[in-house]
Design a protein around this ligand. Structure first.
Ligand SMILES: Nc1ncnc2c1ncn2[C@@H]1O[C@H](COP(=O)(O)OP(=O)(O)O)[C@@H](O)[C@H]1O
Ligand SMILES: [Mg+2]
Length: 344
């Protein structure tokens, strides 16, 4: 598949010393890629550099094999959707949408038709005459998205576009964005600090940490095979236990797990997802612990077990399995799957 956007050796330092460095990323045509990381890790800096709003200190940015680094934003084949919708409040939806096309001197009939089409795509058919004030936040963001889509960018840039919306609406907008992507085949770079949003939306996720890329992979792989302790901590829920390396195994108390990465030791961190923590009241193997808390969360339950010197471990159990447990009950804890990291 062809590469639509290529960022090569990009760096940007602000006067404060903060910024991003060593950014290398190829985005395929039609791909939805997410830049994910906590606030301040450099997501917006990368996105604004792609859009031409910021000038990097080093590196190159290519779109459809052409360097865009010297071009101002309006000459780049990109379009940006912001968290704040930036609609003109005193103009109708139609006029808000028509503006960019009028500048490009498109014929009136074509503009009218494209606007009707794009409003259908963002599920606001017939909203032309409305004013932004008559629309909810979610609807305004749909108009802002429509405005970007009308410009038919080679790469659509979205900077935390849904974070001002409530949780239910955010879910809906994610699904709609995926739907729009599959209908239009647009290449998108989406920025979020919300790992759940990134996992649910992306073809691939770029995990960022302190101005650098930590891992680039599909959501499943990021979740199942985090490459660093940082990624393991940031994505999904994870338990961390201290282990002792003994050649082929890492020992956590009475439990030995494979030293799959051949860590040198002497200490290592063993990471286990709550869904991979098995609890058993019968068998003798496993770490001994006592049930500390049972929280029923709909169709599953989160059970915390006190492992004494190994700390508290969280386990996801089916509702039925959790009902069979009681507070203070002694259980044996074992792991279906673990990942290990060097101790930092
Ligand atoms: N214009 C600026 N001047 C100085 N520092 C900035 C500027 N913009 C961002 N930064 C700093 O650069 C880092 C990355 O910022 P940003 O790209 O906005 O991160 P994110 O979008 O992931 O929250 C942060 O530490 C931020 O404070
Ligand atoms: Mg930001």
């Amino acid at each position: 598949m062809s590469i639509q956007l290529s960022i090569r050796g990009m760096a940007k330092r602000y006067k404060t010393g903060e910024g991003v460095s060593d950014i290398n990323l190829d985005v395929r045509k039609g791909e939805l890629i997410t830049l994910l990381g906590p606030s301040g890790c450099g997501k917006t800096t990368v996105l604004r550099s792609i859009g031409g709003f910021l000038k990097p200190d080093a590196g190159d940015i290519l779109i459809e094999d052409r360097s865009v680094i010297a071009l101002p934003p309006e000459k780049r084949p990109t379009s940006m959707v912001f968290q704040s919708y930036n609609l003109w409040p005193h103009m109708s939806v139609y006029d808000n949408l028509a503006f960019g096309l009028q500048i490009r001197k498109k014929p009136k009939a074509e503009i009218r038709e494209s606007i009707a089409d794009v409003l259908r795509l963002v599920r606001l058919p017939g909203a032309e005459k409305k004013s932004p004030a008559q629309l909810s936040g979610g609807q305004q963001q749909r108009v802002a998205l429509a405005r970007s889509l009308l410009l038919k960018p080679a790469v659509l840039l979205l900077d935390e576009p849904f974070s001002a919306l409530d949780a239910k609406l955010r879910h809906e907008m994610r699904e709609e964005l995926r739907e729009i992507q599959s209908q239009t085949g647009l290449t998108m770079v989406f920025v979020t600090h919300d790992q759940e949003e990134a996992l649910s939306l992306s073809d691939r996720i770029v995990v960022m940490n302190h101005g650098r890329i930590e891992q680039i992979a599909a959501p499943q792989n990021i979740y199942n095979e985090p490459e660093s302790l940082y990624v393991a901590q940031f994505i999904g829920k994870m338990n961390f236990l201290e282990g002792v390396v003994e050649a082929d195994v890492i020992r956590v108390g009475e439990l030995a797990v494979p030293n799959a990465k051949r860590l040198a030791g002497p200490a290592a961190v063993v990471a286990v997802r709550p869904e991979d923590v098995n609890l058993d009241s019968g068998i003798k193997e496993g770490l001994p612990g006592a049930v500390k808390q049972i929280m029923v969360l709909g169709h599953y339950a989160e059970v915390s077990v006190n492992l004494g010197k190994h700390g508290i471990i969280r386990s996801f159990q089916s509702k039925d399995a959790a009902q069979a447990l009681s507070l203070g009950q002694h259980v044996r804890v074992s792991f279906a799957k673990v990942t290990s990291f060097p101790k930092e």
